[in-house]
Design a protein around this ligand. Structure first.
Ligand code: IMP
Length: 430
């Protein structure tokens, strides 16, 4: 018995929320360790849709403890809204939500800087979610960030905010041409959040240490995906945190050996939202069909997602760097009805196959995907509950992905609801 780490193996939006929710039925604890409310993890339970931006996707399971680790950047106003939504649905979080005292806060000026910078970048914009994620992580690394425990120490918070705000207001007004922020307004607003959040703010590493010793089953829930990792992704078109499994140890504050079985989640095709290269992007009716059938619109921003075929060189890189033991393939049902399905098996530049994943986005935007075409399947997949019962063509497609990536497929999702999931191999025991 061990722990399980679930990360995105593509450009985010792979369906990690659904996978974590499914596996959480067997777990004791679910932990978020990176990102912030740029994430939008969707869980559908008997037709009812929940979108979690900060809360771990195990939160709807009454017995499961949920941790927001130190590596997450927290907008307290968003978190409170999520807690209110849960309360309205009669989901109690008392004694089972733990927020790391060391997590950094997203402040109103972070959001403003994020949005104003993107406007300034014009055509070169990254396409961020506008939630202040990058500027909050910049302040963390720049050693001027405000951590959530400071909300519990009003005098400290006041002094820190005053110091930081002066510089931020100068930057926002003089460099970015925006409007400055009023100290008192932010102070009052954030102090109100302190009253609500204080019971949850803890040294979460200590709790996790205890649960690890007690051999509780823990799921570490990644946000975004491999190709959005600040170091290993398609820089600079990436998010500002590390999204790979190695970040679990840092962002949750646990020993590296406790991260357990590491699985990457990949859609049966590929999507990307925001700017940056996307080698297998489709601009034709198949791309549009994938967007329509897969409802490929951002769960955080509502933006239409760019769609394309599955990209093996990108997945291989995620397997290699992340040390993924296996994959979980989601949205297989979206491909039903297509005559042919293409798999990108390699990239070429100027007619020559490249075997390294290019670090330069200019090169990556020039690569030509090489495709292998497989037969599709006609019948819908809804209601199928075992791997064996999938249409032969679907099984062939999945087996081909296994062969090309070199790792096993542990599970397949065949529809949005919690019940539309086939677990082929239990990651807690293997
Ligand atoms: P940021 O994380 O808001 O700074 O956005 C940086 C890039 O990451 C943009 O291309 C976003 O669209 C992308 N991104 C951030 N979070 C997610 C996510 O949860 N799913 C998919 N893309 C994301």
């Amino acid at each position: 018995m061990g722990n399980v780490t679930i990360v995105g193996a593509q450009w985010g939006d792979e369906g990690k929320g659904k996978v974590v929710d499914y596996l959480a039925r067997e777990a004791d604890v679910v932990v978020r360790f990176n990102g912030g409310n740029n994430a939008g993890h969707t869980v559908v339970i008997e037709g009812e849709k929940f979108i979690f931006h900060l809360l771990p996707s195990g939160i709807t399971h009454p017995g499961v403890k949920c941790v927001i680790g130190n590596g997450v950047v927290i907008d307290p106003l968003v978190l409170i809204k999520e807690l209110e939504n849960l309360k309205a649905k009669k989901i109690d979080v008392k004694n089972r939500l733990f927020i790391s005292d060391r997590a950094h806060l997203i402040m109103p000026y972070h959001k403003a800087i994020d949005i104003l910078r993107e406007e300034k970048r014009g055509a070169k914009k990254i396409g961020t979610t506008g939630r202040g994620i990058g500027p909050a992580y910049e302040d963390k690394v720049g050693r001027r960030g405000i951590r959530i425990y400071e909300l519990l120490k009003p005098e400290l918070f006041k002094e820190h905010l005053k110091d930081v705000l002066e510089e931020k207001n100068l930057y926002i007004t003089r460099v970015l041409g925006g409007e400055g922020f009023d100290f008192q307004k932010i102070y009052d607003e954030y102090m109100k959040t302190a009253d609500i959040l204080s019971p949850f703010i803890k040294d979460t590493s200590r709790y996790l240490k205890k649960w690890i010793e007690e051999k509780k089953k823990i799921i570490f829930e990644g946000a975004q995906g491999f190709m959005l990792d600040i170091d290993h992704g398609t820089y600079p078109y990436v998010t500002s945190s590390n999204t790979i499994p190695a970040e679990v140890a840092i962002g949750a504050g646990v020993p590296p050996e406790s991260i357990g079985t590491v699985l990457g989640v990949s859609k049966a095709y590929t999507t990307r939202v925001g700017g940056g290269p996307f080698p297998t992007e489709l601009f034709d009716e198949i791309g549009n069909a994938l967007r329509d059938r897969g409802n490929e619109y951002g769960s955080t921003t509502g933006r239409p997602r760019r769609c394309g075929w599955i990209d093996i060189p990108a997945l291989r890189k995620a397997v290699e760097v992340g040390g993924l033991k296996g994959l979980i393939i989601t949205k297989l049902d979206v491909l039903s009805g297509l005559d042919k399905i293409a798999i990108c098996t390699a990239y070429t530049i100027d007619g020559k196959e490249i075997d390294e994943y290019p670090p330069d986005v200019n090169d990556l935007s020039r690569v030509k995907p090489e495709y292998e075409v497989m037969a599709g399947w006609k019948s819908p997949l809804s209601g199928i509950s075992s791997f064996e019962a999938l249409p032969e063509e679907a099984k062939n497609y999945l087996q081909r992905i296994e062969k090309l990536t070199g790792v096993e497929i542990y599970g397949v999702s065949v529809g949005p609801d919690r019940s539309s999931f086939i677990l082929r191999k239990n990651p807690f025991i293997s």
